[in-house]
Design a protein around this ligand. Sequence first.
Ligand code: GTP
Ligand code: MG
Ligand code: ZN
Length: 281
Amino acid sequence: MRVSGPSATVVADGRETEVPILPRIPGGPPVAGDRVHLVDRGDVWRLESIEPRATLLSRGEFGPRNRSRPLVANADLLVVVAAATDPPFRPRFVDRYLVAAELGGLDAAIVITKMDLPDHGEELDEAIATYREVGYQVVCGSTFDAAFVADVRRLIDGRLAALAGHSGVGKSSLTQRLTGVERAIGDISAKVGKGRHTTSDPRLIPLPDGGAVVDTAGVRTFYLPPMDAADLAAGFPEIAEAAPDCRFTGCRHIGEVGCAVEARTSPARLESYRRLLDTLK
Ligand SMILES: Nc1nc2c(ncn2[C@@H]2O[C@H](COP(=O)(O)OP(=O)(O)OP(=O)(O)O)[C@@H](O)[C@H]2O)c(=O)[nH]1
Ligand SMILES: [Mg+2]
Ligand SMILES: [Zn+2]
């Protein structure tokens, strides 16, 4: 359910308990969503191994070695949460999460909060239309609106969903509305300039009608985990689909003659892909 330094909260025989984690376990440390084995060590059960993961959502770590940090294991779906405004909607940020989902083997969908606030413009509408054309489900509304929360519940549809996105977009607010479990909610105005995030560690919380959500810690920058150009292209489904029609095999879709991707991809998504491609070099 949750990992906090040297210990983890696990569900065993239907009960939540906190157990110590054996240091340096293969594939470790464990993360929320992992299925694990506990071993009886006399006075205490200890978490000593991790089952192979069906999916793994990871992010990159800033630094010269660009390592990958696992965030959530075995989630079926990544719900990229973005706000219509406050913090401003940034499609490139959303795109990075979508790529990370593809790389980790998760389905992805987009949830846009704070539609009750004024000031979101045509750009947002265009972005939503583009994501829908690509094939992503997009659900928009206000976290305070029960119909919106019901839409998100239907989107999750009994699956294990990781909620991820920029700090302050409302992941914890939404988690609280979905699960009925109280979460620490940030005051966005108090946060400005303080450089802190309200949620610090991902936590898995079951949904009343089946499935579960993992409320992850918000970030200000989302670094992609290490990947190559082919992984990146696979993270843009419309690019992956058009690429076989490019004139040259090995086309990188950066202005080559006869590039089918350039002809068929929305300018914003293409720009997003090209910028990310630059960061891989
Ligand atoms: N107006 C409006 N405010 C919202 C909505 N959803 C969330 N908020 C507010 O946004 C602020 C941040 O919400 P949180 O749920 O803490 O955001 P978070 O994504 O969990 O943030 P981190 O834990 O830092 O990643 C709070 O003041 C919420 O009340 C919404 O749909 N409309
Ligand atoms: Mg939070
Ligand atoms: Zn091409």
